[in-house]
Design a protein around this ligand. Structure first.
Ligand code: GUN
Length: 295
């Protein structure tokens, strides 16, 4: 029997816990965890993400600031905003929604965020700590995947995890998290990517397959072995004449067919996606507690 991994449910449980903890901490300190999200330009998917993050913050009782900046914003203007947020005592987490307009150097922007407020876990200091197994802010999507594996008690020790995709946001961090000599990890990890001549050679060996490529339905039934655990990180829009919006959202995995062969599988939507925001809030609360010196 295939079990569908219900990320929406797990994320809602996490959010309930965060709300309770934020209420308790407010009574204790009279302060709220604060998150600032910056959106530059008018990418429609990014607007939806930033709005969802803002709504989620309000629901759990965090302080939330959204800064919407014009697509013509210069790199220096954006750096100025980040500097102000770095020294704003009401802000514990700073998130710059990616991608940024082409004229802005993404690396420079990420490096300008104070590592103490790097709730996205994208700063080289955060990422370096992750790689060497030190306590840090974990990037939210990989962190969410780790939580889902834990919640469903999916064993990773000595299992072959195949990650398809080598992005800095998902592929590289999740591979590095799963390879750690730590509880919930200890896996054997392979990363394959666009330069891999035959991706199915690797995916067929996976006990756990993590697809994070951004190509609709690219993982098909013939590419996996029976009993595989499927974690689908893809969020792809494809045309759908039956939908009023004219499109539907699908993952990187051909869900209906691959489902038959898998032991666990995340749906899209409702799998990994909702976990990303839950972990962003988790990181923001962690940053607030670090600032307040609360264990
Ligand atoms: N763009 C796509 N995913 C993310 C994310 O997790 N954080 C930010 N800041 N931008 C993104």
């Amino acid at each position: 029997m295939t079990q569908i991994i219900d990320g929406k449910f797990v994320a809602s449980q996490i959010r309930i816990g965060l709300k309770e903890e934020a209420e308790y901490l407010f009574k204790l300190t009279n302060k709220k965890p604060g998150l600032a999200a910056i959106l530059v330009g008018d990418n429609s998917a990014s607007k939806i993400y930033v709005n969802s993050k803002n709504k989620a913050c309000n629901e759990v009782g965090f302080h939330s600031v959204v800064k919407i900046m014009d697509s013509s914003t210069s790199e220096n203007e954006l750096l100025d905003v980040i500097q102000k947020l770095n020294s704003d005592d009401e802000i514990d987490g700073i998130l710059v929604q990616l991608p940024l307009p082409k004229h802005i150097d993404e690396d420079k922007i990420i490096e300008a965020i104070s590592p103490q407020k790097d709730v996205d876990g994208f700063h080289p200091i955060s990422f370096g700590k992750l790689v060497i197994g030190k306590e840090t802010f974990y990037p939210c999507t990989p962190f969410g995947i780790m939580e889902l594996l834990k919640y469903y008690q999916i064993d990773t020790i000595g299992k072959h995890v195949v990650v398809v995709g080598r992005s800095n946001i998902v592929g590289k961090p999740i591979a590095n998290m799963l390879v750690q000599k730590k509880e919930g990890a200890n896996a054997i990890v392979t990363i394959c990517h666009t330069a891999s001549p035959d991706i199915s050679y690797y995916t067929k060996q996976a006990d756990i397959l993590i697809a994070a490529v951004g190509k609709a339905n690219m993982i098909t039934q013939d590419m996996v072995k029976a009993g595989v655990v499927i974690i689908d990180v893809g969020i792809n829009r494809i045309e759908d004449a039956n939908s009023s919006k004219g499109y539907k959202v699908v993952g990187d995995v051909d869900f209906e067919n691959v489902k038959e062969k898998s032991s666990f599988i995340t749906p899209v939507p409702g799998g990994v996606g909702p976990m990303t925001i839950a972990m962003l809030l988790t990181n923001t609360l962690k940053s607030f507690k670090q600032k307040m010196n609360i264990k």
